[in-house]
Design a binder for this molecule. Structure first.
Ligand SMILES: Cc1cc2nc3c(=O)[nH]c(=O)nc-3n(C[C@H](O)[C@H](O)[C@H](O)COP(=O)(O)OP(=O)(O)OC[C@H]3O[C@@H](n4cnc5c(N)ncnc54)[C@H](O)[C@@H]3O)c2cc1C
Length: 466
């Protein structure tokens, strides 16, 4: 059996679903194949957070609190210092979503806009003609199906089943995610045994341990989450260190989930001849949270416009034609994320005492009380006025003089910030002329090679951030 369509997407997670929807609304024939059953997609995670402002920008149908797929819409979170002495309020615009229910709601929307969704349908291999992708083979209920498409999109999540199977010289790096390229996340859905006893408020972060208490669907419950690179064992030991110190009231664990989220730079190019990768398959996540869902929607919006223009002009979707996706993505969000990812290595290097100082002095988050809590920086830009910059410098100097901060770690922070600035700028100059790409990659690689390892020392474990 041979099926034809304009766009063939592999993976009906949040990335593939969103891109498929955008392209179908533009009038193209879209098929999405998904290996799981319709009602099971996304089941590995139950409750998940979306950045509320990004939902609106993406044009996703608004969430209704109390509907089956939306638990809550929040705008304030709490951050606690590692010595447990101070709680800070920060603005964080989060919509708390039940993933599988959300996806199933979206599938109906997609189908009404003409997308053909094929569940229980697994990608097997690519089909090439004259060294270009022209389609793929998939298997559904023991039967082979051949798809022919103008574009094949890898939205298969961390497995990146298509990208990792590309020939070495096809134009997109085919690396697999190793233990140092992901954050291993452990989630425990908990219920407080004596809810009247003081316990961490919903949506409280203990960032020194990269640990948080997120909202759950249980009224007297929370989700205790922790994420660390290297291994699940690192995450477990970080949680153990926290629990030894936190003095929590008793709770029971109702359910556990675990998984990993990309924590590395994306491939230098996201496109090749008749090929695009998005979502976890392209390692696109917010550097400071590891969230991936809405981060990739930005890329999908860019990609759908470029693809529309090319197809309407009757062009073949070659690497050259799709190149604008790279240029538009990497010069903007890609550059900001690359800069933030590099900055993070400077911040992660601080020890516990320094982390206390940074949080208490408001050097990491913009904090406040009540209506005074500043809006978060939705576009991930560092915009400091001269006055703010001076205040920042005085606080740092004060910390150094009073030995709350070490010169060695401050030097590392400044080095990381300097490198972050260079990397961001380099991505902002992403070449629009493909002939300059190899040289651009060479310089990018030299810059990334300067990013230094950060090490966190907890009483239970020492964790490396690459
Ligand atoms: C514990 C944990 C908590 C997280 N919390 C958040 C959060 O709160 N907010 C947030 O934004 N992000 C969060 N993330 C990250 C987020 O889950 C991912 O970034 C996001 O789901 C990626 O979406 P995706 O569509 O790219 O991939 P996926 O959701 O992985 O979807 C890929 C789909 O492809 C299918 N597939 C794979 N192989 C094949 C094949 N061979 N043939 C056909 N189909 C295939 C899979 O079955 C899957 O349905 C979290 C991650 C973890 C591990």
């Amino acid at each position: 059996m041979v099926e034809k369509c304009d766009i063939l997407i592999v993976g009906a997670g949040t990335a593939g679903t969103y891109l498929g929807w955008l392209l179908a609304k533009k009038g193209f024939s879209v098929v999405i194949i998904e290996k799981d059953k319709r009602e099971d997609v996304g089941k590995r995670l139950d409750v998940i957070h979306f950045e509320s402002d990004r939902i609106e920008k993406a044009g996703i149908p608004p969430f209704q609190v109390g509907a089956s797929d939306c638990i809550e819409i929040r705008d304030v979170s709490t951050v606690v210092t590692p010595d447990f002495k101070k709680e800070l309020k920060i603005r964080a615009l989060q919509t708390i979503v039940r993933l599988t229910l959300f996806l199933n709601k979206m599938y109906k929307v997609l189908e009404s806009d003409g997308v053909n969704l094929e569940f229980n349908c697994k990608f097997k291999n690519l089909i090439f003609e004259k060294s270009r992708i022209i389609g793929l083979e998939a298997e559904k209920a023991g039967e082979n199906i051949e798809y022919r498409a103008q574009l094949v999109v890898d939205a298969s999540g961390k497995a990146a089943v298509i990208r990792t199977s590309l020939p070495e010289d096809y134009g997109v790096e085919n690396f697999k995610l190793g233990p140092d390229d992901v954050m291993y996340v452990l989630l425990q859905y908990i219920k407080w045994k004596n809810p009247e006893e003081p316990h961490p408020a919903i949506d409280t972060g203990y960032n020194w341990w990269l640990l948080w208490f997120g909202p759950s669907y249980e009224p007297e419950g929370a989700i205790l989450g922790v994420g660390q690179p290297g291994s699940f064992e690192n995450a477990r030991l970080a949680r153990e260190d926290f629990l030894n110190r936190a003095n929590l009231p008793p709770y029971e664990i109702i359910k556990k989930e675990q998984g990993s989220t990309p924590y590395r730079r994306p491939p230098y190019s996201l496109v090749a001849d008749r090929f695009l990768c998005i979502g976890d398959a392209a390692a696109i996540t917010y550097p400071f949270s590891g969230h991936g869902v809405t981060a990739t929607w930005v890329l999908c919006m860019i990609a759908s416009d470029v693809i529309e223009k090319a197809l309407k002009n009757g062009e073949e979707l070659t690497r050259d034609v799709l190149w604008d996706i790279n240029v538009k993505y990497f010069r903007d969000q890609g550059a900001k994320f690359a800069g933030l990812f590099t900055q993070l290595s400077g911040v992660l290097n601080f020890n516990e005492k320094e982390w206390n100082y940074f949080l208490k002095k408001g050097l990491i988050y913009q904090t406040g009380e009540g209506d005074d809590i500043p809006e978060p920086n939705k576009e991930y830009e560092e915009e400091m006025s001269v006055v703010e910059m001076l205040k920042f410098i005085f606080k740092i100097l004060g910390g150094l003089i009073r030995r709350k901060l070490s010169f060695k770690h401050m030097k590392r922070l400044l080095q990381a910030n300097g490198l972050a600035g260079k990397i961001k700028k380099h991505y902002e100059n992403y070449p629009d002329n493909i002939s300059q790409f190899d040289n651009w990659v060479k310089i990018a690689q030299e810059l990334w090679d300067q990013k230094r390892l950060a090490i966190k020392r907890l009483s239970t474990v020492q964790i490396e951030y690459h």
